[in-house]
Design a binder for this molecule. Structure first.
Ligand code: CA
Ligand code: CA
Ligand code: ZN
Length: 337
């Protein structure tokens, strides 16, 4: 009797053909694969290594880049990582935040005011503690919020980014709104949703951003599913990669990716996986990529600011523009509503 967690933690490797005598492990794998829509639990017998179950295992192996005749520790880690539930802040209500003075860098910082601002930022998913202390994290979170609402690419001071909430200023007013931007981890995605979070499959933590970029990916992926995956069921899902770090700010080697308003997309491969290629590679699935970028252009959830990707055919189609370093992925930027 084994489960995925043991396989990961004890670095085990178990032959897929040996799964027929390990019903609890088969069930654990089935339940995890179901969370990302690789298998429909109502259509399989739990614990039985059916043809569908084996096909779903192979599909996940291919997409996660862990092809093997065995269930490996890497397979287990990737499947656990991508199916771990994400904490997402719920849509906020509009509130009135009464301030007696400014809050943040060089502010008056009355404790009750600081607490009110930090509570609101925390409710919106930003990385601050619920207390009345002004620390570096608080100022960074205020700058991040300001950079988002002012469409800045960095947290550098200037152009309405100063790390301080002024009484009745733009930052204060937008913090109060029900439409205030939230900060969250990119969702896992699934086959029915048309996308998968590849950053999770890499064991990275570069997939934090605004609810706006998450909503853009979700909307585009549904269009891609309806308009392309339905007729090309073996084509790659949209594979999201870097957005921003958990608190935003500098994210080397990226020049941007600081404010959660852009997302990198890996190149679809003809074998249904993604990445590890450039647009010049014979494995590159241009038709799928075209459909993905068309879906981003077509979705109406948020406005696309620009898409960087060097495939001349798709540039000629008006879908993207050239930028150095973008032979092996597309970079999608959005605008604030
Ligand atoms: Ca990554
Ligand atoms: Ca993640
Ligand atoms: Zn990028």
């Amino acid at each position: 009797m084994t489960n995925l967690q043991q396989i990961r933690d004890d670095v085990l490797s178990i032959s897929i053909s040996a799964l027929v005598v390990d019903a609890p492990l088969v069930q654990d794998i089935q339940e995890h694969l179901a969370k990302i829509g690789f298998i429909d639990l109502s259509g399989v017998t739990l614990g039985v290594l059916s043809t569908e179950t084996e096909a779903a295992i192979h599909k996940f192996q291919n997409i996660a880049g862990v092809n093997s005749t065995n269930i490996t520790a890497s397979f287990a880690k990737k499947l656990i990582d991508i199916t771990t539930p994400k904490i997402t802040p719920p849509p906020p209500a509009a509130i009135t935040i009464t301030l007696t003075g400014s809050v943040g860098a060089g502010g008056v910082n009355n404790p009750a005011d600081v607490l009110a601002i930090k509570n609101r930022l925390a409710d919106l998913g930003f990385q601050v503690s619920r207390n009345s202390i002004i620390d570096a994290d608080t100022i960074k979170a205020i700058k991040l919020f300001q950079a988002i609402i002012n469409e800045k690419d960095t947290l550098d001071i200037g152009g309405n980014v100063d790390g301080r909430v002024d009484v009745n200023g733009k930052t204060h007013k937008i913090l109060e709104k029900s439409t205030a931007p939230r900060w969250q981890e990119m969702l896992s995605g699934s086959i029915p949703e048309g996308f998968l979070n590849n950053d999770d499959l890499q064991g990275d933590n570069g997939d934090f951003g605004t609810n706006w970029i998450v909503e853009t990916v979700q909307a585009a992926a549904l269009i891609y599913k309806d308009e392309y995956l339905r007729t090309h069921p073996n084509a790659a899902l949209i594979a999201t990669n870097d957005i921003s770090k958990i608190s935003g700010g500098k994210f080397p080697p990226h020049a941007s990716h600081q404010v959660g308003m852009c997302c990198d997309i890996r190149l679809p491969r003809k074998d249904g996986a993604s990445g590890g290629i450039t647009y010049q590679d014979s494995e590159y699935d241009r038709a799928a990529m075209r459909a993905m970028l068309e879906a981003f252009r077509k979705q109406s959830k948020h406005r696309i600011r620009r898409i960087f990707f060097n495939d001349m055919t798709l540039i000629a189609a008006g879908l993207c523009q050239t930028a150095s370093g973008h032979d092996n992925h597309a970079h999608i930027d959005i605008l604030a509503p």
